[in-house]
Design a protein around this ligand. Structure first.
Ligand code: GLP
Length: 242
């Protein structure tokens, strides 16, 4: 794993946005995997600024989000659909037809997961997968446990993950769904390049275990050690235990 440490989360966000802009200039129909959470918000802000400044053209780019809650409609303000509109999609020239998210209210969720896998395959696979890191070591919603699931699937959320997401639900833990749909660990590992970003001291323990610990489903992010082109971009606070 290639580790890069930035003095601040802002500088990390700027560097990552510039990196994605370069990649899209080289390959306008780039397929990008996108995360939600607090960590990527400064990165999305930088992408919006680059787009407004004419330095990035998303018109042919394709995106796939990692995950979505089960039971929230696509226009629910707490959904990841709404998060993506708020922080990125409403502010850049990404074509809606080319942005893909899982639908947590699809009538048949197994079919929905299969549809997503097919859509990724049809797009030619993911070129760059950007990832956040759960404080408990999850990526997407691949939660710690005794085993992992390779493909896109329905999953039960850990209490720690529900708590970490409660800000999206007006801090009401009871309103946070108990299940989600998520790309699988295999889906993520199939991406040609993976960039995991983690900022802040609360992530430092998982960061150290992910990079220096054993590969284990108890810390799903540790599976990135098996990827040929996995990069971990950190700010100083997240890197303190390395
Ligand atoms: C959420 C998402 C993950 C994200 C993680 C970290 O639960 N499902 O994809 O990476 O939590 O979130 P944050 O960046 O807010 O710490």
């Amino acid at each position: 794993m290639r580790v890069r440490i930035f003095p601040t989360d802002q500088l990390l966000a700027r560097a990552l946005a510039a990196d994605v802009a370069r990649a899209i200039r080289r390959q306008p129909a780039l397929v990008v995997g996108l995360p939600t959470g607090r960590t990527p918000i400064p990165f999305y802000r930088e992408l919006v600024a680059l787009c407004r400044g004419g330095q990035i053209d998303f018109s042919r780019a394709i995106t796939f989000n990692l995950d979505e809650f089960v039971g929230l409609s696509t226009d629910d303000p707490s959904s990841y659909h709404a998060f993506m509109r708020r922080h990125l999609f409403d502010h850049v020239n990404l074509s809606r037809r080319r942005t893909h998210l899982l639908n947590g209210t699809a009538p048949d969720l197994i079919h929905e997961c299969e549809r997503y896998e097919w859509a990724i395959t049809r797009a030619g696979g993911i070129d760059v997968q950007i990832l956040g890191l759960g404080a408990n070591g999850h990526i997407g919603f691949n939660e710690p446990g005794r085993s992992l699931i390779a493909t896109t699937h329905r999953t039960r959320l850990r209490e720690a993950s529900r708590r970490a997401n409660r800000a999206l639900f007006g801090n009401r833990l009871r309103a946070v769904p108990r299940e989600a749909l998520s790309m699988g660990m295999g889906t993520i590992l199939h991406a040609r390049r993976v960039v995991l970003i983690a900022t802040g001291a609360t992530k430092s323990r998982s960061v150290a275990r992910m990079i220096q610990g054993p590969v284990t489903p108890r810390l799903p992010a540790s599976f990135l050690q098996l990827h040929r082109h996995a990069e971990v971009w950190l700010d100083r606070a997240a890197a303190t235990r390395l």
